[in-house]
Design a protein around this ligand. Structure first.
Ligand code: 4NP
Length: 209
């Protein structure tokens, strides 16, 4: 990957249905990026490895828990992950190891494989505890969604800090003001102690959920 990109850095969250976990990350990180005035440097998106909910709003419990924390999740519409977009992505954040394996099978190149990380690798407490997967709250109740929110929010602060320290503003005004100047590639700078298992050889027998 080039390190002096002229386009925004593209971060995407991936879960199974794109109605619970990945929309939370999408909405929270988008808001952090926006509040920091980095919207022209970073694009945030999300999708699911399955197509069951394509076009639907986020789960009502996702919208509810986001609203309880001051976020508007009502504009989200579920998408299925599109492998043809892989080359244009910079950081692909999987919710659990099943998604990692699915994404590894779709990556198609070493460059794309190196973009895949688990969301919680960016939460140093999760790294220390070794709890790197984001559990699926879909079959649970409000408590599961509240816990899911807490885990995703903690990771989003880590992801945001990582992006802020890695994507530096241009040292001088440029004709393409607002475009990202990627000073270093976050996907090549793993969080201390992060599991290396996310870069293992793709498992052809794995399932996405
Ligand atoms: P998500 O949760 O992957 O966090 O959006 C799920 C939503 C729907 C299904 C599975 C997980 N589903 O099987 O329909």
């Amino acid at each position: 990957m080039d390190t002096m990109s002229s386009r925004p850095f593209h971060v995407t969250f991936v879960c199974s249905g794109n109605i619970c976990r990945s929309p939370m990350g999408h909405v929270i990180l988008d808001q952090l990026i926006d509040a920091a005035g980095m919207s022209e440097q970073v694009v945030v998106s999300s999708s699911g490895t399955g197509d069951w909910h394509v076009g639907e709003q986020a789960d009502s419990r996702t919208i509810e828990v986001l609203a309880q924390h001051g976020y508007d999740g009502t504009r989200h519409r579920a998408r299925e992950f599109d492998p043809t977009e892989f080359d244009d992505l910079d950081l692909v954040l999987a919710s659990d190891q099943g998604h990692v394996r699915t994404l590894q099978q779709l990556a198609g190149s070493e460059d794309n494989l190196a973009k895949i990380r688990l969301v919680r690798e960016f939460d140093e407490n999760a790294v220390t505890a070794g709890t790197l997967e984001t559990n699926d709250p879909w079959y649970g109740d409000h408590e599961h969604f509240a816990r899911c929110y807490d885990t995703v929010e903690a990771a989003c602060h880590g992801i945001f800090d990582h992006l802020r320290t890695t994507l530096r503003p241009s040292p001088s005004p440029s004709p393409s003001a607002g475009e990202a100047n990627v000073a270093a590639d976050p996907t090549n700078r793993p969080v201390d102690g992060a599991a290396e298992g996310t870069r293992s050889t793709p498992d052809p027998d794995s399932e996405s959920h």
